[in-house]
Structure formats: structure tokens, C-alpha cells
Ligand binder design. Structure first.
Ligand code: ZN
Length: 364
């Protein structure tokens, strides 16, 4: 059914729709998903009824939402067991309960297709061409060894790998640098566009800092580094986004660095940091900011909890999630980068929310 919800969105430009029109289109798609999940997911049905949400509404503000942490407590799925094709888990330390996301084949296909569309838009803006790029993962190969049950980190890699070629892992399984692999990669691809991917804290701790200590640096001619994950651990050692970018360039050469924000509960719809340093939700998703105490909607510029919309989730009711991340909408339709729609910043995690950011929970 999501085939019908999402189909018209594929032909839309990823960031070319003004906010007012985007809200109309997304609100309509969200209404269809609300009704679908109400019908096929008993737990969602119970939640909606107990809170008294309406399924068909006129604006984002009235859209029903599910607390993201409920995916840890309840089985939220709108498909029968035999249709489940893949299960995604949020990563966490062994003592934590993880979110379980159930995908059928169609949902998994849609996630990859949308992720590819969002990233190809970025490649185009960076003039990296349309062919698959050599790819360096700042990860250890072990991360994807279990093909049926992926962690968020594994899922990120799996999702991106089909956009690249010559997949190379920069780390050994004990998290030390794999010098042979990195040197081989640079030798072969130093002078052509390359894609580098990893989680923020892991790139810093196991790659940038180690290279620095060893007085080693590389000079890629045209690289794109995509990274995701919390800043909490980096802030604790006084590394901000600017310093991170600076050090990546010192270590790797002409590499443009883009952070992105997304949740395993909404894999596929990531918000990528633009050239001006703001996160832009693609045409398939959007955000709303709510007061953490009253849950009232906040205005542009005010900080609060991030509510995330995505029109992808068809096999589980993840189309409108209240996260435990704090953020603020910066503006709409007027970012200097030229992308249309709302743009935002993530400012941290709700105090008391347990630590579940991807790389932040990497257990040592
Ligand atoms: Zn921008």
C-alpha cells in the first residue's frame, strides 16, 4: 500500500518543494499511513484509541505520534510474521533494551531507493558524477557479519554500500587501523572522487586521532565524508563540528564533510547537513519541535523535542515519532544553500534519556 503513498514523491526534487506545499503533500501521505497502521497493527490501534488521536487531520501539529522508545517495549509491526524480510535493531550496550524494527521486502526496497535518491542529489551538488564511487568505511568488517539482524551501524553501511564500489574497511576487528587497507585505497583512488563513511565518534577516536598521533596524513583530491552519530562524547573533549571538519581535512586532504541525522526507526529518510551547516529533511520527511514538558509545538528558533515524520514506514507504525533528541527549527525556504523547506539543528539529548545514539553506545 505504501507503494501508492510514496510513488508520487519519487519524481519530486529532493529539496525543491516550498514548505507550505510540502506540508500539504506529507500530511496527506501521513494520514494514509495512520489509517493503514490503525488497521493492521493492534498495538498502534490501542495507542491511538487510548490517547484519542484522530487518524485523518489537516496539519502536522494534529498528527498522532508515537514515542520512539515504545519500539523498545512493544512489538510494533503491521505485517504478519511470515512477511518479515529483515529486522533492524537500534544499537545499544548489552545492558540496554534495543528498538526492533520489522521490514517486509517492499519496505526494505523503499528505504534503499529513498536513501539513494537523497545521496545522489548530494553527489550531484558536489559534482561527483553519477557512477559508483570507491568507498572507505571507518569501521571494522565485523560490523556487518550478521546479515539477518542489523545494528544501526551495520544498517547504515549496508544501506550505503550499494552506492559505492571497492568497499574498504579502514579498521581491523580490534578497532586498530588497517594500514595496509588504507594505503592500498589511497594508492588506487587518491586522484578520483571517493566516498568515506563512518560514525562521528568512531571516526574521531579510531581514525583521526590515531592518524594524528602517528603523524600520518593523506591527500585525497576529491572526497566526501558522511558521518552520523551523537556529539556528546566529542563535546566532552571539546571537539565541535568546526574542529571536526578542520581535523578531517588535515588528515585526509580535500574532503568535504557532511553530518547527517536520522533514526533507525526511520531508516532511509536522513537529513543531511548543508554547506551552511544546517540539517535539511528531504521531501520524504519533516520535523516538528515540541516542548519536552507540555508537548506543545514550539516556534521557529525555540528548542524542544524533535518529532520526526517519514512517509516510508509501511510495515511498522514509524511515520510520526517523538524522539528524545532536542533541536530547533532555524528557518524555512530561505537557507543560503538554496534548498527549500524547513532546516534545523540538533542541540542534544533530553536529559535523563538513556544513551542510545549509534556510536555513542559503542561498548569498549
Ligand atoms: Zn542549507
Amino acid at each position: 500500500m505504501s507503494k501508492f503513498v510514496i510513488d508520487p514523491f519519487y519524481k519530486l526534487p529532493v529539496y525543491g518543494i516550498a514548505q507550505e506545499e510540502k506540508e500539504c503533500l506529507l500530511n496527506d501521505a501521513l494520514n494514509q499511513l495512520n489509517n493503514h497502521h490503525y488497521k493492521y497493527c493492534q498495538n498502534y490501534n490501542n495507542l491511538i484509541d487510548s490517547i484519542g488521536f484522530s487518524l485523518t487531520v489537516d496539519t502536522y501539529v494534529e498528527q498522532p505520534y508515537v514515542m520512539a522508545r515504545l519500539f523498545k517495549i512493544l512489538e510494533l509491526k503491521s505485517v504478519v510474521a511470515k512477511e518479515i524480510f529483515k529486522q533492524l535493531n537500534s544499537s545499544g550496550t548489552s545492558s540496554q533494551v534495543v528498538s526492533k524494527i520489522f521490514l517486509n521486502a517492499q519496505a526494505a526496497k523503499v528505504q534503499s531507493k529513498v536513501l539513494a535518491k537523497i545521496l545522489l542529489d548530494l553527489f550531484e551538488r558536489k559534482q561527483l558524477g553519477k557512477q559508483r564511487l570507491p568507498m572507505l568505511f571507518i569501521e571494522a568488517p565485523d560490523i556487518i557479519k550478521n546479515r539477518n539482524s542489523f545494528s544501526a551501524r551495520g544498517a547504515g553501511i549496508q544501506g550505503l554500500s550499494f552506492l559505492g564500489r571497492n568497499h574498504t574497511y579502514a579498521l581491523n576487528n580490534d578497532m586498530t587501523l588497517n594500514h595496509k587497507a588504507i594505503d592500498g585505497f589511497i594508492e588506487q583512488f587518491q586522484y578520483e572522487p571517493v566516498l568515506i563513511f563512518g560514525f562521528t565518534f568512531m571516526i574521531w577516536k579510531y581514525f583521526i586521532e590515531v592518524l594524528k598521533k602517528k603523524n600520518k596524513n593523506y591527500s585525497f583530491e576529491q572526497g566526501l565524508l558522511l558521518h552520523s552519530g551523537g556529539w556528546k562524547k566529542l563535546q566532552a573533549i571539546a571537539v565541535d563540528n568546526q574542529e571536526f571538519k578542520h581535523q578531517v581535512k588535515l588528515a585526509l586532504g580535500n574532503v568535504s564533510v557532511h553530518n547527517f541525522y536520522g533514526m533507525v526507526e526511520q531508516t532511509g529518510t536522513i537529513s543531511i547537513e548543508c554547506e551552511a551547516g544546517y540539517l535539511h529533511p528531504p521531501v520524504f520527511s519533516d520535523i516538528l519541535i515540541r516542548d519536552p514538558l507540555t508537548l506543545k509545538v514550539k516556534k521557529t528558533g525555540e528548542e524542544g523535542l524533535i518529532q520526526l515524520f517519514s512517509i516510508l514506514p509501511e510495515s511498522y507504525p514509524g511515520q510520526s515519532l517523538l524522539t528524545e533528541d532536542m533541536g530547533q527549527v532555524i528557518g524555512r525556504d530561505d537557507c543560503v544553500c538554496g534548498r527549500k523547506g524547513q532546516y534545523f539543528k540538533v542541540v542534544g539529548r533530553l536529559a535523563q534519556a538513556e544513551n542510545r545514539g549509534c556510536s555513542d553506545t559503542f561498548s569498549e
